[in-house]
Structure formats: structure tokens, C-alpha cells
Design a protein around this ligand. Structure first.
Ligand code: SF4
Length: 351
């Protein structure tokens, strides 16, 4: 990574225009740059053939053009999921997962290299936090997937910030990336089709509400008592369930979009009828839907995938209470498409 150069893919158009103007170049150069970067998808200045050699050389001196090196690509046997493992300029690894579902093409992107939050069911947690991603590194995951799909005559429709890392711990870069992903040029993903998923960073949720972005909010809840939740999600010791739900209600009041709660079902831990009834009581007054996700095992984890009977019972109880609950089977189990799992398997030489 060249520290002196300005990374183009993390800039808003007006910032880019300002840099171009500061270089003493004509205004239309900004449009040309944007066209080459986002419409034509070039990955170096040399390919910008309608610019003179001198202009190309000046851009090359001033700007960096981030390129993620895809070092692993795994497709699930059902072919509805592809997992990309990207090498960053500092050789760190991150991953993104592209999923096909009817007309939806959803990319799950990473916001950090590793994560500091230590959720017990998560492969990324084992890495600890290595560093935050820059906005450009987040945006480029999306642009890569968009190029991948467009080469097949297809289009990316949705983005979820649900990959490696807790997005609200990298707030400024994540919000910048969301705004950039939403711009008409580039990935052009509609704002309502972008979802941020958090494990419950309460001040981050309040700050996000103040941004008044019409993105979706997903909250990874996974338990119905503080004792239970603190056991699998240490963040709960800092911000217990009641505080978290209070922040979510305030978020809904500001943004007026239904919130999604993710509930990973761990057999013998949080999949009983009592858990389902407590969940109903907790969420009764929040306009929300619940995604029930049967646990996708990491080979040496201490939790088990629930049997189908337990999954059905849990969802039936929620549905009888008129909560909108859907079972989401984790896509791409055979390619380790759970959060951080491909990275983990590459590191261990399992792939
Ligand atoms: S589940 Fe998310 S927040 Fe928790 S450790 Fe994994 S990446 Fe971090």
C-alpha cells in the first residue's frame, strides 16, 4: 500500500473533483476517471486509453487504485453460493460471499480483518482483530462481485454487511462505503437493499439512527436471557438485552424500517420451547422479522446443529404468536460459508 497516494475508490465524486481541480486539470477529467473506474471497470491507469500519457502518469503519481487479489474462490455444490477469499495490499485475507436466491444476488461483505468481539459460535472470532478495513476495501469487494456478475450478464441486487467483523466498530469507513456503494455509478445498489448487521453495539446503533440512512438493520440476538447471551456473546456483558432492545426501538422510531433479528439456533442451548416464548415476550413491541438460522457447525465447536423437529417447533411457536419468522438455512455449508470459515480453513491448510 502506498501511504502517500490517495485511494480513488474511497472518494466521493465531489472529493475526486476537488483533487482533480487541485492538480490543475480540466473538470471533465473527473467524469473520465469515474467512467473508467466504474463503468469500464479498469484496474490500472495504463488502460485508460482516452487519456494522454502525461495525464495517466500524473494520476498514477497522485492516486492509488485498489485491487483485491482473489486468492480463493469456492462454489457450493448447489451452485447458489460462491465464496471469495481476497488478499489485501498488506497480504491480509478477508472474505465475501455471493448468494443467488431467486432474482436476488446478495453479497455479504467484510468490514474488518478479524474481529475483537469473541462470539463463541464464530470462526472469525478466533482471529481476534487485526485491523479495520478502509472504505475502499469494502467498496472493492462489492465492485469485484459486480464485475463478476456483469461478466455473466447478471447484476448484484443486495449487499449485507455481515461478513468478517462488527461493522459498527468501523463506523466511519463503513458508512462512507455504504454511501459509495449506493451511488449511481459503480455498484449502484439501492439504499433499501443494503443491510448492516450488528451483534449489538448500542452506541453504534444510536449513531447509525442519526445518519438517517434508509438501510436495513439486522441484530444478531441468539439468546433470550442475559446469562445465556453473555455466555456466547461477550458484548452482552457491556450492553445487556434490555439496553440493546431499547436502542433498537429508538432506531425504529427514527428510521421507520422493520428490524431483522438473527437467531442462530444452537441445539440444547437456545432451541427450547421456553426460549421461543421468551423471544416472543422480548420482541412483542418491536416491528421486526426474525431469521432463525440453524447452526452451521465449525468442526471443533461445542455446539450442535438442531434436529429438524426442534427447528420446526421453535418456528411454529413464533408463528403462532404472529411473529414473522423464517428459517434461513445457512447457504454453502459445504464451502465453509459461515462467517470467517473459509479464511480459517485456508489458514489451517484444509481447503
Ligand atoms: S459473529 Fe460477528 S461480531 Fe461476533 S465475533 Fe464473529 S464477526 Fe465478530
Amino acid at each position: 500500500m502506498n501511504a502517500e497516494k490517495i485511494e480513488l475508490k474511497g472518494l466521493f465524486p465531489e472529493e475526486l473533483a476537488q483533487h482533480v481541480s487541485d492538480m490543475g486539470l480540466e473538470r471533465y477529467r473527473t467524469r473520465q476517471l469515474i467512467d473508467w473506474l466504474y463503468n469500464k471497470g479498469v484496474t490500472d491507469f495504463e488502460s485508460m486509453t482516452n487519456l494522454s500519457k502525461t495525464v495517466r502518469a500524473r494520476f498514477d503519481e497522485q492516486f492509488a487504485l485498489l485491487r483485491l487479489n482473489c486468492v480463493g474462490e469456492m462454489r457450493s455444490s448447489s451452485t447458489d453460493t460462491v465464496k471469495f477469499l481476497f488478499e489485501l495490499p498488506d497480504k491480509r485475507l478477508i472474505e465475501s460471499v455471493l448468494m443467488w436466491d431467486g432474482k436476488r444476488r446478495t453479497l455479504c461483505v467484510s468490514s474488518q480483518v478479524g474481529c475483537p468481539l469473541d462470539c463463541q459460535f464464530c470462526a472469525t472470532a478466533r482471529m481476534g482483530l487485526i485491523r479495520n478495513l478502509t472504505a475502499a476495501e469494502i467498496v472493492e469487494q462489492v465492485l469485484y462481485a459486480q464485475r463478476f456478475l456483469r461478466a455473466k450478464g447478471d447484476e448484484l441486487t443486495h449487499v449485507v454487511m455481515m461478513g468478517m467483523g462488527e461493522p459498527l466498530l468501523n463506523f466511519d469507513q463503513v458508512i462512507r462505503a455504504i454511501r459509495l456503494i449506493n451511488l449511481d455509478y459503480g455498484a449502484a445498489v439501492g439504499i433499501r437493499r443494503i443491510t448492516l448487521s450488528t451483534v449489538g453495539h448500542v452506541p453504534g446503533i444510536a449513531k447509525l439512527a442519526r445518519e438517517k440512512l434508509k438501510i436495513g438493520l439486522a441484530v444478531s440476538l441468539n439468546a433470550t436471557t442475559d446469562e445465556q447471551r453473555s455466555e456466547i456473546m461477550p458484548i452482552n456483558r457491556k450492553w445487556p438485552i434490555e439496553e440493546l432492545l431499547c436502542a433498537v426501538r429508538a432506531y425504529y422510531d427514527q428510521v421507520k424500517r422493520w428490524v431483522t433479528f438473527e437467531y442462530v439456533l444452537l441445539h440444547g442451548f437456545n432451541d427450547t420451547a421456553e426460549d421461543a416464548h421468551r423471544l416472543i415476550a422480548l420482541l412483542r413491541d418491536i416491528p421486526c422479522k426474525i431469521n432463525v438460522i440453524p447452526w452451521n457447525p465449525i468442526d471443533d465447536a461445542r455446539y450442535e446443529r438442531p434436529p429438524q423437529k426442534a427447528i420446526d417447533r421453535f418456528v411454529d411457536i413464533l408463528s403462532q404468536a404472529k411473529l414473522t419468522a423464517t428459517v434461513r438455512y445457512s447457504k454453502g455449508d459445504d464451502i465453509a460459508a459461515g462467517c470467517g470459515q473459509l479464511y480459517w480453513e485456508m489458514e489451517r491448510g484444509v481447503k
